[in-house]
Every structure is written in structure tokens, then in C-alpha cells.
Design a protein around this ligand. Structure first.
Ligand SMILES: [Zn+2]
Length: 139
């Protein structure tokens, strides 16, 4: 019978062999090719992503369906690089709308913001007037 120490040594050796086999290059695997139009990621521009998750190494043209009009669009690698690295978009965000729908959505949000701000201004004005009328008169 083997001692515990011998058994542990055996397990360790097998585990190491398994690890080496997993990391050895597989001659039957096709050589990974970089897809056409792929753009390299600049990891120094992705530090705003506070994540333990893996960051991509390439941007690849990605098809998507516009959530508003259902148009089939391509989110290009170049657009992704701009979005994630220049505009500092979060790495888990994806393209959702085609360009025309994006412009419509932007106008809608802008309009809603104006309405909201006008409402807030009115509310503040009314509260101010109300407070003044409630102030005790010592004359
Ligand atoms: Zn659309």
C-alpha cells in the first residue's frame, strides 16, 4: 500500500502532466487567423472599465439588428474602437440602433430633458413663492 505522501506525489505529477497537455499546441487545430477588417485593442485606453473580466484583444465587425426599426446593420471594428477607447463606452455595451434611429432617439432624449428641466424650474419657482407668502409679517 502507498503512503499518503506517495499518493499526493502521484496526484501532483498527474495534475502537472494534464496541465502541460492542455497547454501544448495542438497540431490539429487550425492556425488562428485575424478576421478581415479587425482592429487591435489598445488596452491602455480601456482602463475606465473597472472589471475583473477579460478585455478583448481585437475589435471585429459585428452584425446587429436595430432595436427600433429592425434594420440589419454592421457595427464596424473602427466604430467599436471609437466607442470603447475615445468615447469611453463601457466594455459590456453594444450597438443597439442604426444611425437614423440613433439621431431620432437623441432628439427625443434632448426634448425630454428640456421638458424635465422646465418642469423643475417651475417647481422651484412655485416653492419660492409659496415660502415667501408663508413668511410671518412683523409689521
Ligand atoms: Zn433603426
Amino acid at each position: 500500500m502507498k503512503s499518503g505522501k506517495q499518493r499526493r506525489e502521484e496526484i501532483k505529477t498527474k495534475r502537472l502532466a494534464r496541465l502541460r497537455a492542455a497547454h501544448a499546441p495542438n497540431p490539429y487545430m487550425p492556425i488562428k487567423t485575424v478576421p478581415l477588417g479587425a482592429v487591435a485593442v489598445d488596452p491602455t485606453q480601456l482602463t475606465h472599465n473597472n472589471t475583473y473580466g477579460l478585455l478583448p484583444s481585437l475589435y471585429i465587425d459585428t452584425p446587429f439588428v436595430c432595436k427600433d426599426c429592425g434594420a440589419h446593420e454592421i457595427w464596424t471594428a473602427k466604430q467599436q474602437k471609437w466607442w470603447y477607447e475615445i468615447a469611453k463606452g463601457r466594455i459590456d455595451t453594444r450597438a443597439a440602433r442604426c444611425r437614423p434611429c440613433r439621431l431620432v432617439e437623441r432628439a427625443r432624449v434632448e426634448e425630454a430633458r428640456h421638458v424635465s428641466q422646465a418642469g423643475m424650474a417651475l417647481k422651484i419657482e412655485m416653492k419660492k413663492n409659496n415660502d415667501e407668502s408663508r413668511r410671518p409679517n412683523h409689521n
